[in-house]
Design a protein around this ligand. Structure first.
Ligand code: ATP
Ligand code: MG
Length: 227
């Protein structure tokens, strides 16, 4: 691993740890001084939960990368309806943003795939989270899923910053972040899409991307339908 990646990863991990630690100390101090009123504890508690969630996701991603690299990632396969996973992920992420509207286009009939539901939720989460993160001015995010022959196709489209042509072939690489993203204000490890591709391919599917800088991006995942 190159030093710059290590430094970026250390920074990404340390930020939420520092934050949790700091807010926990504030709570401790307020408790010891008898200042434990609802107004004085609400903000630190909320911040601790948020940052702990972030830390949880980051460590899960890093552990998954290690598992993938060592061929130790095992899928727990069972048939499930992708519509349920999509709805769950979209509901969860919509709660975190008021600037973005997530529009869902799902069919009436089920979209059954044979695979690991939790891993597919991670795939969807990473794609929709990126759509939000890389649309800093807000906008509409459209998630569509439908049958296409023997396949199921899912697209996630945003109206965000887009990806420069030269970066497009690399966005699924481990630790890769595109050159048009201000690294200081929009944080990330560059691992989300690497895992998306690995997980989708482990399910016998494919993922690709189309993008225009300043207009938006569409990620498209295709998966075999359960027989
Ligand atoms: P994390 O590991 O936390 O997900 P990340 O979001 O930087 O960090 P990836 O999800 O792998 O990493 O994405 C890789 C890069 O691809 C991003 O850094 C960004 O430059 C670009 N990218 C991904 N999705 C989008 C999108 N919807 N719009 C514009 N750029 C995107
Ligand atoms: Mg990401």
């Amino acid at each position: 691993m190159r030093d710059s990646f290590l430094n970026a990863t250390a920074h990404e991990l340390r930020t939420p740890v520092t934050s949790v630690f700091g807010y926990a100390q504030i709570l401790q101090r307020r408790f010891e001084r008898g200042e434990f009123t609802p107004e004085r504890v609400q903000k630190p508690i909320r911040a601790i939960v948020e940052q702990a969630q972030r830390l949880d996701r980051l460590t899960t991603m890093l552990l998954d990368v290690i598992r993938v690299e060592h061929g130790k990632l095992v899928l727990e396969r069972a048939p499930f309806d992708l519509r349920r996973s999509i709805k769950r992920v979209v509901q969860e992420l919509q709660l975190l943003t008021e600037q973005h509207t997530i529009v869902l286009n799902l069919p009436e009939s089920s979209l059954t795939v044979e695979g690991d539901e939790l891993r597919m939720e991670q795939v969807l989460y990473n794609l929709v989270q990126n759509a939000i993160k890389y649309s800093p001015m807000g906008g509409t995010i459209t998630v569509t899923a439908q049958h296409e022959g023997q396949q199921i196709a899912i697209t996630v489209t945003d109206e965000g910053v887009g990806i420069p042509v030269d970066d497009l072939p690399h966005v699924f690489d481990r630790f890769y972040r595109a050159t048009n993203v201000p690294q200081t204000t929009i944080s990330g490890l560059g691992l989300g899409l690497y895992l998306v591709k690995e997980f989708v391919e482990m399910h016998g599917g494919m993922v690709d991307v189309q993008s225009t800088v300043g207009q938006g991006t569409t990620f498209r995942v295709t998966l075999p339908q359960a027989s």
